[in-house]
Write a protein that binds this ligand. Sequence first.
Ligand code: ATR
Length: 279
Amino acid sequence: MTTLTGNAKLAGVIGHPVTHSLSPRLHGYWLYEHAIDGAYVPLSVHPDDLREVLPALMKMGFAGVNLTLPHKELALAMVDTLDSDAKAAGAVNTIIFKDGVIHGRNTDVYGCMQNLKQGAVTLASYKEHALVIGAGGAARAVCVGLKQEGFKKISVTNRTPDRLEKLKSHLPYISTIPWEARHGLASVSLLINTTSLGMKGQDALDLSLEKLPQQSLVYDIVYNPLETPLLAEARRRGNQTVDGLGMLLWQAKPGFEQWFGVEPTVSAQLRAHVMKGLA
Ligand code: ATR
């Protein structure tokens, strides 16, 4: 750990709970790598206190914070400015304090797409039809990113129809697919799981890949385990796969750059270091 001076730059992650966050480990790696006089700390904050805590952190000299569950949507109404991705995704995951102003950004959209581009060198060949499983906050960020990347058709399916309709009202360009029809994957070129299914301790996603073309790409935003049952099955039948850890790494980059003034690299060494923190 680098020794801090009185000039140290400060940032952190606000969650409730925050104990499982890998962000301190991730940012700590970059701080050490670049010998930066700075710290990135976990901050456990109850959702009822977020409105008070943000201006207080700014007054204490923090450069900014990341937000994780359950704060990302709450923070929309607590910041002074929103970037276009935060508006479109309906969530803030990165905050920058500057000159007394609280800036809200969403870097999950960028993180998700960067991960996809790095994982699938020829993303252009998968842009015909993306099917997104799930309609929560993560799905919304993914759909916004897919639209920006020029995917021709973006379909979404979700267990709870009301939530699917709500997503459609925010993002009218998506097509909705009834949950019962989710196995019909014959026209799907990119399949993305945005639900928590497949995560350690959870059931696997109930989805038959039988009809999915072998040349399609399968992406799971779950990263613990790195190879979810969905990705294992996809790999077994010959589909290219992308795991979710890269999204966590890439979404962190813009915030670090803003707070600490250094452009960090998402390297294999960083990935290995963060992987060691997976419980
Ligand atoms: P996040 O912000 O990470 O996306 P979320 O908003 O809680 O988290 O969304 C979780 C998603 O996982 C939802 O699409 C949810 O489906 P419902 O809207 O039907 O709840 C989906 N999900 C969670 N558990 C599920 C299960 N057992 N079967 C199917 N979908 C599930």
